[in-house]
Write a protein that binds this ligand. Structure first.
Ligand SMILES: CC/C=C\C/C=C\C/C=C\C/C=C\C/C=C\C/C=C\CCCCC(=O)SCCNC(=O)CCNC(=O)[C@H](O)C(C)(C)COP(=O)(O)OP(=O)(O)OC[C@H]1O[C@@H](n2cnc3c(N)ncnc32)[C@H](O)[C@@H]1OP(=O)(O)O
Ligand SMILES: Cc1cc2nc3c(=O)[nH]c(=O)nc-3n(C[C@H](O)[C@H](O)[C@H](O)COP(=O)(O)OP(=O)(O)OC[C@H]3O[C@@H](n4cnc5c(N)ncnc54)[C@H](O)[C@@H]3O)c2cc1C
Length: 572
């Protein structure tokens, strides 16, 4: 039943119940509270939404307006939407599906505000699904994609909930209204860190889906003449088609491996946090924010490249690519808008750079910032060697982080306030953070292909894919590598020619590489990407099912076209 609910469409939004509501109980509820709600959620005996974003605030969580005011006389919290902009807006499933929600609200007790905290609120009757007293609910209307999900709105008019409905694993309010501080105020944000981490796998899956569709179709589709008089070739024989698709295919593998690292990091750091060691939280936040931002942005762009590589049929919903693009585009905004998330990573990098300048040896994903020499040693580098490629990306990132941080220091030395200096350097900071995440993805890709337990012939293919991904990154961002002479023009030319060689080397394995994602036709939902390659027959069958084909002459002819034609003919 639960699995069936996961796939429900048509106005029923159960996704957020699984990926946000239930994990919030797991991560933010006490053991007592878990006994009350966790099994109900896991068995879908209740359906929940994660209600944080409001009409007026999504990014700035500290600016949320919904209030939860403690009343010690009744030992209840009063949940209220004081303004129109405080209306909860966007949460998946909130409109029509959920009967419970974890509501993020500003906690007030004894007249003082303690910032955003999570509260469990029943929003619909378990008997007749009507909104509970004081709760106004609805759907926010059609969106770019995912219109099967009822992203909704909610307003609360002084809704009373028991004190025990505050999720109190970290912070709590005692019966007399005393607020007990959490080990870190950011623990209330822990489910967002978790969800951002899962977006890395969502991005990998989405890009894997798109490249599966486009590569398979590019083997079915024959078009034009490569040589006069010869049969039309598969469009995947064109180098330009390979240049479009293979870097996206390589990125799908890179992001898949990055998500393995993210999952492992999340487990290990949250494990330490359970024992009271918060030291890894900052790195976990910076990594999840940066990887989420980087992988979803590259994925959305990459899916559109795949769509365009499939010509007109790519633009049809029969391809599955427009829906994938719409979904991936959502990942760029949801769970932390990409710009804001990359700035969070930049904030961490600037902090680490300052520590490194003060002599601290850096560790983890920023260790390279301490190790990389500022003065590059140019020379003929072996641009097909993975170690050389990784070092190039780390040098580029270290240079850009140093440059952004020094620019900011310079602005402050001119008398600017730190916040103004930050804002006036934020484009540089974003680019430096992107370079940092890019270097992490390349390094992790290289380390994974060198250590993963596979047959040596498979390792050889994965190594080519990693070289292709890295060489593509260098040629696409050549200026960054040339800027301080770390790479020379000859190096960039060598990178370009190696990239061409990699395109040709990956070509024979392209179909096997997408088949390895093992995405069933039912998941791909694409006529172009069918495993059996029978595109044209199924494209015709798909089109015949279009609602417009239910009648030979559509009613619009009689309503609009016929009178219009008649009146025009009468004027002749
Ligand atoms: C096989 C299948 C094939 C394909 C299928 C796959 C994919 C298909 C395609 C797509 C999917 C389909 C459809 C898509 C549809 C929908 C997508 C699905 C689900 C959507 C779920 C979305 C749910 C949500 O959006 S929930 C709401 C999310 N909201 C946010 O994320 C808000 C973002 N804002 C914030 O987090 C914070 O406000 C902030 C971090 C920006 C700022 O916080 P704050 O102001 O408090 O802090 P600062 O002042 O900036 O910093 C102070 C210090 O705190 C540190 N900090 C900040 N945050 C954290 C944290 N979380 N953890 C730890 N530390 C943190 C910060 O670093 C500062 O530290 P310092 O030491 O002082 O520097
Ligand atoms: C499909 C979908 C599903 C969603 N599901 C949920 C859900 O289930 N639950 C939930 O609570 N929310 C959900 N959301 C809401 C989502 O979390 C927010 O839309 C997101 O956090 C962005 O916030 P915002 O919409 O207020 O955009 P804003 O923050 O207003 O962003 C607008 C622009 O302002 C810029 N900006 C904002 N702050 C800064 C800054 N400090 N520095 C530089 N630029 C800045 C941004 O970069 C962006 O370009 C969903 C959204 C979508 C699209």
């Amino acid at each position: 039943m639960a699995a069936a609910l996961q796939t429900l469409g048509g106005g029923i939004g159960i996704t957020l119940h699984w990926i946000a509501f239930t994990p919030t109980i797991e991560q933010q509820a006490t053991e007592e509270q878990k006994k009350k709600w966790l099994k109900l959620a896991q068995d879908v005996a209740i359906v929940g939404a994660y209600a944080q974003t409001e009409m007026g605030h999504g990014t700035f969580v500290r600016g949320l307006e919904t209030t939860a005011t403690y009343d010690p006389s009744t030992q209840e919290f009063v949940i209220n939407s004081p303004t129109l902009t405080s209306t909860k807006w966007w949460p998946g499933g909130l409109g029509k599906t959920a009967n419970h929600a974890t509501v993020m609200a500003q906690l007030y007790t004894r007249g003082k505000c303690y910032g955003p905290h999570n509260f469990m609120v029943q929003i619909r009757s378990l008997e007749n699904h009507q909104p509970c007293p004081g709760v106004t609910l609805g759907d926010i209307g059609p969106k770019m994609e995912s219109n099967g999900n009822d992203n909704g709105f909610a307003r609360f008019d002084h809704v009373r909930i028991p004190r025990e409905n505050m999720l109190m694993k970290f912070a709590r309010v005692e019966a007399d209204g005393t607020y007990v501080q959490p080990p870190s105020s950011k623990l209330a944000y822990s489910n967002m860190v978790y969800l951002r981490g899962t977006f890395v796998m969502s991005a990998a899956q989405a890009l894997a889906s798109a490249t599966t569709i486009a590569v398979r179709y590019s083997c079915v589709r024959r078009q034009s003449e490569m040589k006069p008089g010869e049969p039309e070739p598969q469009i995947l024989e064109y180098q330009t088609q390979q240049y479009k698709l293979f870097p996206q295919l390589a990125a799908a593998y890179a992001f898949w491996f990055a998500s393995w690292f993210m999952t492992q990091q999340h487990g290990s750091i949250t494990g330490s946090m359970e024992k009271g060691d918060m030291s890894g939280l900052a790195e976990l936040h910076a990594l999840s924010a940066g990887l989420k931002s980087y992988t979803t942005a590259v994925t959305a762009r990459g899916i559109d490249v795949c769509r365009m590589a499939c010509g007109g049929h790519g633009y049809s919903h029969a391809s599955g690519l427009p829906a994938l693009f719409g979904g991936a585009a959502a990942l760029c905004t949801a769970e932390g808008e990409n710009t804001v998330m990359m700035l969070q990573t930049a904030r961490y990098l600037v902090k680490c750079f300052a520590q490194s300048q003060a002599g601290k040896r850096l560790t983890g994903t920023v260790a390279y910032l301490s190790a990389v020499q500022p003065s590059p040693v140019a020379g003929n580098r072996n641009m097909s060697d993975l170690g050389t490629l990784v070092a190039a990306f780390q040098h580029r990132a270290a240079r850009m982080v140093r440059h952004a941080a020094m620019q900011m220091q310079g602005e402050m030395q001119k008398g600017k306030a730190r916040e103004d200096a930050w804002n006036s350097c934020s484009v540089l900071l974003i680019k430096a953070a992107e370079a940092h995440v890019h270097s992490f993805v390349v390094r992790n890709f290289a380390e994974t292909v060198q250590t993963v337990e596979v047959d040596e012939s498979v390792r050889a293919v994965l190594t080519s894919l990693c070289q292709l991904y890295s060489l593509y990154g260098i040629t696409e961002h050549a200026g960054d590598f040339l800027k301080d002479g770390y790479l020379t023009g000859r190096d960039i030319d060598a990178a370009s020619s190696h990239l061409s060689a990699m395109l040709a080397r990956v070509r024979p394995d392209a179909v096997a590489l997408v088949d390895a994602f093992d995405l069933h036709d039912k998941i791909l939902r694409s006529v172009l990407g069918r495993y059996d390659g029978r595109v044209y027959e199924h494209l015709y069958e798909w089109a015949k099912k279009s609602p417009l084909n239910k009648s030979e002459v559509h009613e619009s002819y009689y309503k609009y076209l016929q009178p219009f034609l008649k009146s025009n003919r009468a004027k002749l």
